[in-house]
Design a protein around this ligand. Structure first.
Ligand code: NAD
Length: 238
């Protein structure tokens, strides 16, 4: 496949490495210094584009790439409030878009475990629930997109919690997400249910960015030739 990369930072470079290993070709790399190359004509050379820039630029980049008609995979976090608008945009334009707050196969399996555990724990409000996420200090958003997904999965299944908060809280209806920034953490997420008699904890630890990059390349392979709004659940057939 011919791929365009929008955002050539830590993730963009790792995606390039994995894409080349999988015998794809990178036909375009857009970063902050060559915005003028982000044109319909240049993107038309690619079978799919992969966007990993950041919370402040993702929405505009996604809108622009979709308006050019290129199938798009996006991994930028911290802009979920605009996702419904993008979903409508994809339908109206008959485009192809795949978003994941976390592209790692392991994390997507972890999401399924989290949902199952949340459903099992729902009738047991004696257990206090805490989510913790640890990332490197350059990460711009907190909590992580992955932690938000985990929290929303729990809120959908557990009536004792009403909302997630990104701080310590004395309100029993708050689901705490504690964010820590430590170098060189690639990403750890844990969910702990604690009671006076025992604790149950599930933890996912990423060892490098390569897991996210592989998932993003698999997503680009999946979206090639398709129309619609997709997630990693579609790629992994869950
Ligand atoms: N979904 C996932 O699996 C996953 C995994 C890791 C990181 N992320 C997210 O991906 C994003 C990027 O992460 P990173 O570690 O590569 O960050 P990074 O800071 O290393 O790279 C971001 C790159 O985007 C460029 N950029 C900024 N604005 C731009 C714009 N308007 N147009 C084009 N390029 C622009 C920057 O110059 C930089 O090179 C973050 O939001 C991060 O949280 C998601």
């Amino acid at each position: 496949m011919k791929l365009a990369l929008i955002g050539y930072g830590k993730m963009g470079k790792t995606i390039e490495e994995i894409a080349l290993q999988r015998r794809h070709e990178i036909v375009l790399k857009i970063d902050i210094t060559n915005q003028e190359e982000f044109t319909a004509e240049n993107l038309a050379k690619a079978d799919a584009a992969i966007e990993f820039t950041g919370p402040h630029s993702a929405y505009e980049n996604v809108k622009k790439a979709l308006s050019f008609g290129v199938p798009l995979v996006c991994g930028s976090t911290g802009w979920l409030d605009k996702m419904e608008e993008i979903k409508k945009n994809v339908t109206e334009k008959n485009g192809a878009f795949l978003y994941a707050s976390n592209f790692s196969i392991g994390v997507n399996i972890f999401f399924e475990l989290n949902k199952k555990l949340a459903a099992l724990m729902a009738p047991h409000p004696d257990y206090e629930i805490a989510i913790k996420e640890i990332h490197h200090t350059q990460k711009k958003d907190a909590p992580s997109g992955t932690a938000i997904t985990l929290a929303e999965q729990i809120l959908e299944r557990n009536n004792s919690k009403k909302r997630w908060v990104n701080e310590n809280s004395d309100n029993v209806e708050d689901l705490e997400i504690i964010s820590e920034r430590i170098d060189p953490a690639a990403g750890t997420h844990s969910i702990k249910y604690s009671s006076t008699v025992d604790d149950i904890e599930i933890i996912h630890t990423a060892h490098s960015r390569k897991g996210f990059a592989l998932g993003a390349v698999l997503a680009a392979e999946f979206i090639n030739g398709k129309k619609g709004f997709f997630s990693m659940k579609d790629v992994l057939n869950f």
